[in-house]
Design a protein around this ligand. Structure first.
Ligand code: NAP
Length: 350
């Protein structure tokens, strides 16, 4: 028996990707699709402007959308779990309402930095999932909220994790972020064609704060953020999918470039050991060509779940530098939520 899931925000960029990835998922299946009042009562195919290359699944297109509240969702279907791809400004209370009864895996930022809410990258900090027990006890919920990081944070934190063996001190990152990261319809075409916009609201703060929590230590009760200085600058570029990041790192030691590449390439986590369905074989793929990674060629690596790293070099100002790339709506969003849900299920929280 597959677990039935509700997708909140099902018509959006992340919601659509969740629908697509759930099509052949071995453990989970779509039970009910929810969105705003504007869409509720309409067939999914009528309300959703489907922007993915693959066809909208026919049976899913026939489902009737409901409002994103517990009453409407429960009336439509008995569910086991909720994926939330709601805008951050409305996700907070809605997710809390669902979490009283159901596991909620959230892509929204509303709860990410709350002390009793896990902020998970399954390969990096799977032990932080135990915060669910703290949360349930404190809030007296049967369900829980577990969050995934911001799309641009995931690829940074995942590539920094293996570098912690060389003692991280400082990180400077400059991002080139794809249009789909802004949702649909996102950035106005007149603002982005022939242009780069050096501002994404709240993005720099998200990268700087979330990364510290993810790389922090969990003592059984709370997460102690790691003590690393992180500085981010974020840019929106005219690319459909795939965030590219230039990362500059100061380490306490000076490893050889070969040792750094080996640390990236050999990095594995619990999802790989557990053979979770959405886990890529290689969380990080190292490219040797001087002009890679590139969004168009590398974003689908590992079914969109691998981070592609290239141009690993010594840095004259800090210690090393590299470029990393990830598919922002798969590894940065829907795929990340699925992998977290698989980990939570395997660990017995769902
Ligand atoms: P989006 O394309 O704008 O989709 C938003 C979804 O939320 C739509 O389904 C929309 O439904 C629904 N919605 C809007 N207002 C609502 C309301 N008042 N009540 C209920 N539902 C409402 O956004 P997105 O890019 O998918 O992002 C979803 C969430 O994931 C956001 O929190 C975002 O920050 C986060 N995220 C996005 C990415 C990415 O790459 N795009 C990556 C990581 C995290 P209607 O169609 O009915 O309006």
């Amino acid at each position: 028996m597959k677990r039935k899931v509700a997708i909140l925000g099902a018509t959006g960029v992340v919601g659509q990707r969740l629908v697509q990835l759930l099509q052949r998922h071995p453990w989970f299946e779509v039970g009910v699709l929810a969105a705003s009042e504007r869409s509720a009562g309409k067939k999914y195919r009528a309300a959703c402007n489907w922007i993915l290359e693959s066809e909208m699944p026919t049976d899913i297109g026939e489902l009737t959308l409901v409002n994103s509240d517990t009453h409407s969702v429960e009336r439509a279907c008995n569910i086991d779990m909720v994926f939330s791809a709601l805008p951050a400004d409305i996700a907070g209370p809605v997710e809390e309402e669902f979490a009283r009864k159901y596991p909620v895996l959230s892509k929204a930022s509303a709860h990410r930095l709350k002390e009793d809410v896990p902020l998970i990258i399954p390969e990096v900090n799977p032990d932080h999932l135990a915060l669910i027990s703290v949360q349930r006890k404190r809030r007296k919920w049967e369900g829980f909220i577990s969050t995934d990081p911001n799309c641009s944070t995931i690829q940074l934190a995942l590539t920094l994790k293996p570098l912690m063996a060389f003692n991280l001190k400082k990180v400077v990152v400059s991002t080139m972020q794809a249009l789909s990261g802004a949702g649909y319809p996102g950035v106005a075409s007149m603002d982005i064609i022939d242009n780069v916009v050096p501002y994404i609201s709240d993005e720099e703060e998200k990268i700087e704060l979330e990364t510290l929590k993810i790389l922090g230590d969990f003592d059984g009760v709370k997460v102690h953020s790691t003590n690393v200085a992180i500085s981010a600058s974020c840019n929106r570029v005219n690319v459909l999918n795939g965030h590219l990041e230039c990362v500059f790192v100061e380490l306490e030691t000076t490893p050889s470039i070969e040792a750094v590449k080996e640390a990236f390439a050999s990095f594995r986590g619990e999802p790989q050991e557990m053979k979770l369905p959405s886990a890529p074989e290689n969380p990080i793929i190292v490219r040797e060509e001087p002009n890679r990674p590139q969004p168009r060629f590398d974003r689908d690596a590992g079914r969109g779940m691998s981070i592609v790293v290239g141009r690993v070099q010594h840095d004259p100002a800090l210690t090393i530098k590299y470029i990393c790339l990830a598919h922002n709506t798969i590894r940065g969003a829907a795929g990340a939520a699925l992998l977290s849900a698989e980990l939570a299920t395997k660990k017995g929280y769902v």
